[in-house]
Design a protein around this ligand. Structure first.
Ligand code: PLP
Ligand code: ZN
Length: 411
């Protein structure tokens, strides 16, 4: 329903017609990432404040800005429309004036990736595919498996050995065919690409599929719409491959171009300090492709990101910055989000909160700032990971004295 003008190579600016290519033939599959450009004048005719106010709160509310032709499948109508939660006590701990949390942990499969998968599944249906596939360390896969099951497609998922058990359980529960590859994530990724070419499966891999970031864009569109009367100064988003922050930023840029918001907030990208290739690229202008490293926040443990240029462009264009946080700071943010906002975030989601604390310490964000943090995933996804952050129960005998003793200790 969105009117696509063309696709633009983010490296060389070359334009491609819709359907002509998924990556730029001049720049190659690694650097030639394409961005979908919509006819915003056409979108503006029907995407008005009145239309936004009356449409149901889901990602399809912004259908003029999505790369789909058909009506959304009834099985996908619940995607998006997650709450924006006021978190004053967490704001005080972080040392900022105001904090709102966009809680995509409540999304259907428990992560922000549902937005991209919903668009991917719509496009797969449109292309007449019966099977979809992706390679993922977790959330992209569980969201694809969810959306495929919701519309009756078969899902083929390539995971590496490191996938947390909660996410693996989700995949199997949604009925996906799961290939656990004895090798690196890069090998799982290449195998998925080869399988799609061989077997005619629709490929959901976000890096080579330029349409998926448009689904992630709906997170930004929703926050922009919700904050119209009361805009945030900063948006904080954790960064792995770079696709999410780029999508959220694009949502704000398009809302601004449509005249629906007055300004685009500044973007705070947050990376784990041991896997920070995009923070490095932000500082040095180029990606180091020899990256290694690993972080506790498995969903952003991406040593060689494919969408680094989109992410760096988004942060630069917004006059934003990128913070680096330690795994201990991420664990602390998991605890803080739970205790002071009632929100159980997976480590990669809590990273957005940890980044705000770091940005305050570094003087990158002022004390009077109003910030929105994108909570990209639910803590239940990785119980083993959560347990290393959240403390232990009191093991006691079944008597009141034991309870009283612990309470008296002030523990
Ligand atoms: C994928 C993911 C991210 C990061 O998105 P990228 O596009 O990889 O940068 C952050 N948090 C969670 C929970 C994710 O699943
Ligand atoms: Zn190019």
């Amino acid at each position: 329903m969105g009117q696509i003008v063309d696709l633009r190579c983010v490296q060389c600016d070359r334009r491609f017609a819709a359907g002509q290519a998924d990556t730029c033939s001049d720049c190659g599959v690694d650097e030639g990432i394409l961005e979908v450009c919509f006819d915003l004048a056409v979108a503006a005719q029907s995407l008005t404040p009145a239309a936004l106010a009356e449409r149901p709160d889901s990602c399809w509310r912004f259908r003029e800005l999505l790369p789909i032709d058909a009506e959304p499948h009834p099985g996908l109508l619940h995607i998006g429309g997650t709450p924006l939660i006021e978190a004053p006590r967490l704001a005080a701990i972080l040392g900022i004036a105001r904090l709102r949390l966009k809680d995509d942990g409540r999304s259907a499969s428990g992560s922000f990736k549902d937005r991209a998968s919903a668009v991917g599944v719509m496009r797969a249906l449109d292309a007449g595919a019966t099977e979809v596939a992706c390679a993922s360390t977790g959330n992209a896969a569980s969201s694809l498996a969810h959306c495929a099951a919701a519309v009756g497609l078969s899902a083929n998922i390539f995971v590496s050995q490191r996938v947390p058990e909660g996410k693996l359980a989700q995949l199997l529960a949604y009925g996906a065919r799961v290939f656990r590859v004895q090798g690196t994530y890069a090998q799982a990724y290449d195998l998925c690409t080869a399988a799609c070419a061989h077997l005619g499966w629709y490929n959901r891999n976000a890096a080579i599929n330029p349409y998926l970031v448009e689904g992630k864009k709906t997170g930004g569109l929703e926050v922009a719409a919700a904050c119209r009367a009361d805009p945030a100064d900063w948006v904080s988003c954790s960064v792995g491959d770079g696709c999410s922050i780029a999508g959220v930023h694009k949502g704000f840029v398009e809302m601004h171009a449509l005249g629906l918001i007055d300004a685009v907030p500044r973007f705070l990208g947050v990376q784990a300090q041991d896997v920070a290739p995009i923070a490095d690229a932000f500082e040095h202008g180029a990606l180091d492709r020899s990256g290694t490293g690993q972080t506790y926040a498995d969903s952003i443990s991406v040593p060689v990101p494919r969408n680094w240029r989109k992410a760096v462009d988004a942060v630069k264009r917004s006059d934003g910055t990128i913070a680096r946080v330690s795994d201990d700071a991420i664990r602390e943010a998991v605890r803080w989000s739970g205790q002071h906002a009632g929100l159980f975030a997976e480590p990669a989601a809590a990273t957005a909160v940890a980044g705000i604390a770091q940005a305050r310490r570094d003087g990158m964000i002022p004390q009077n700032a109003s910030v929105v943090a994108m909570i990209t995933g639910n803590g239940l996804k990785d119980i083993a990971g959560a347990m290393t952050a959240v403390g232990r129960p009191f093991d006691i005998a079944p008597d009141i004295e034991s309870v009283a003793a612990i309470v008296a200790r002030g523990a």
